[in-house]
Design a protein around this ligand. Sequence first.
Ligand code: NAD
Length: 479
Amino acid sequence: MTDTPTQLFIGGAWVDAADGATLPVDDPATGEIIAHVADAGPKDARLAEDAAVGAQDGWARTAPRARSEILRRAYEIIIDRTDELAHLMTAEMGKPLAEARGEVAYAAEFFRWFSEEAVRIDGSAGILPDGRNRMLLSRRPVGPCLLITPWNFPLAMGTRKIGPAIAAGCTMILKPAPQTPLSSLALAAILKEAGLPDGVLNVVPTSRAGEVGEPLLRGGRVRKLSFTGSTQVGRLLLAQCADTVVRTSMELGGNAPFVVFEDADLDKAVDGAMVAKMRNMGEACTAANRFFVHRSVAEEFGRRLAERMGALVVGPGTRDGVDVGPLIDVKGRAKVEELVADAVERGAQVLVGGRTPQGPGCFYPPTVLADVDPESRLMDTEIFGPVAAILTFEDEDEVVRRANDTPWGLVGYLFTEGLDRALRVSERLEVGMVGLNTGLVSNPAAPFGGVKQSGLGREGGRVGIDEFLEYQYLAVPVQ
Ligand code: NAD
């Protein structure tokens, strides 16, 4: 966007960092710097906290309908500006424009969904079993929240948290990923335009995440952390939250199994694999990381998947006809290269891709590896790139055991035409979400989240707002 803000957003005003620091934002397709954004330090974090804490009381008392209408207006503005927002996202993150437009729609939908939930926050009243007391149960906002988001879905990871926080009546400090602050700043401008009162949302991009986050979490005034990012950082933040018993929602990493049984419809399985693997260039927590394919269909599945992956066009996300953009940065690409090299050293066959192209930009080709050794590092590491690693299995018990043999449990994908098997295996998978004969589970109306080290709590769906609400029980004697 031509007029995208690049300053911090604190108390409804656009301001520079107190120490004047800025951080560069680059385009991963070219490596060129596209903006310098104010780089918040601890002083700015304190100001943002003051603003959020100061606004909390009044905001909690606004009419739910007023909060709902702000979200609805913001939804409409985002949809109207789809193209501008998509270009901004592609510039700072790299995904092809078509995918960026898809993310804008997905992101906006969280606002529409939670505008509808804001007016349905209810409580209950009743007589307790002893007959002597009444119970009035009401719900109230948890209080000022710190929201920390990753770079892979720069807009949607923000709206997935901001939507329910606004609906519930919480104020916020948003700390976006340093690679992709522009989408969050554009979102703040849209919410201001939609009528969000000053101080309710504050945005502090920073290259000094620890210095900004830790005092907020240990300080006692922030009452809730909603974090999306890696399990490693999530663990660190959980420890920081322990001091003042900050409530947490943690959307962490995944290591999704993608299981193709011998009775699967292979057309559906390959279509599903293309989505589960290639959405966002494989840079998604929901990305299929381990393909377990029944021995009897593995060769055919690998051949067809390699054909489809090999036909994808790699290039800058802004170019027409491009299916696969660059990875986020050189570090991200180096990790993918190392994981592929390790698998190949252990005997994996490269069916397609596997070679880093020359030239500028962080590009990596769609890659399919067959006969992957189960001890390969990519089996217990999020690949976060366009690499499908295929292993084979013989029977159901074996594949369930292997699919569950990981500390993560975000999502699993199953391909089978047998209803009994589909239900039986889904129930045995240790994951928060299952895609049955589909490679896409994300939807604002469904509860998103994982088990084990993939996180705590759920985002979206009817339950998404619960993460931002507390119960209060009022005891009243029956006179
Ligand atoms: P990351 O954990 O490195 O960073 C996430 C966010 O945490 C960023 O904003 C970063 O600046 C911040 N951060 C890092 N160190 C911090 C600290 N000490 N204190 C406070 N904040 C800190 O993850 P990433 O590379 O940005 O994103 C990729 C990860 O996110 C992957 O593991 C992916 O699976 C996960 N993810 C999960 C979901 C989900 O819903 N489960 C969705 C998208 C991404």
